[in-house]
Design a binder for this molecule. Structure first.
Ligand code: FES
Ligand code: FES
Length: 155
């Protein structure tokens, strides 16, 4: 099966009903995408599929053929972290870090659609991502900071 993962063409030899999450982690060594609940409830496994956030634990690889998958490993801009990754570091928006890749992917999807989201929009976009460490306020602050930096870059 041919996919495009983080901008590169990839051939995967897998049964079509295998889950995208496990193909990414086990076959492609992209372990930044996390296995949390396995039931579509926690958002730890979130990746972008053709630009939209999806739960990779719920997507069969057969449904992904020919599509573009972006994982946390693919959001850097060359050697530079994505502005939202930098903002997470600046705001110390993580404790154990297990939810962080999924949070950042969902946040990037939001910022692509809405350059300067309100707090309500940020909370709505991230409501399917659970942080067991309770760093929600700092996560919202990080998305706000990335949006502010993005605004300055476009000024
Ligand atoms: S591991 Fe996919 S939503 Fe929890
Ligand atoms: S930082 Fe630990 S689950 Fe979010």
């Amino acid at each position: 099966m041919e996919l495009r993962v983080n901008g590169h063409p990839v051939t995967v030899h897998a049964e079509p009903d295998r889950l995208l999450l496990f193909v990414l982690r086990n076959d492609l060594d992209l372990t930044g995408t996390k296995y949390g609940c396995g039931e579509g409830q926690c958002g730890a496994c979130t990746v972008l599929l053709d630009g939209s956030p999806v739960r990779s634990c719920q997507i069969k690889i057969g449904a992904v053929a020919g599509k573009k998958v972006t994982t946390i490993e693919g959001v850097c801009r060359g050697d530079e972290l994505h502005p939202l990754q930098k903002a997470f570091i600046e705001c110390d928006a993580m404790q154990c870090g297990y939810c962080t890749p999924g949070m950042i992917i969902s946040g990037i999807a939001l910022l692509e659609k809405t350059a300067k989201p309100s707090n309500a929009q940020i909370k709505e976009a991230l409501q399917g991502n659970i942080c067991r460490c309770g760093t929600y306020n700092r996560i919202v602050a990080a998305v706000n900071l990335a949006a502010t930096h993005g605004e300055k870059n476009h000024a």
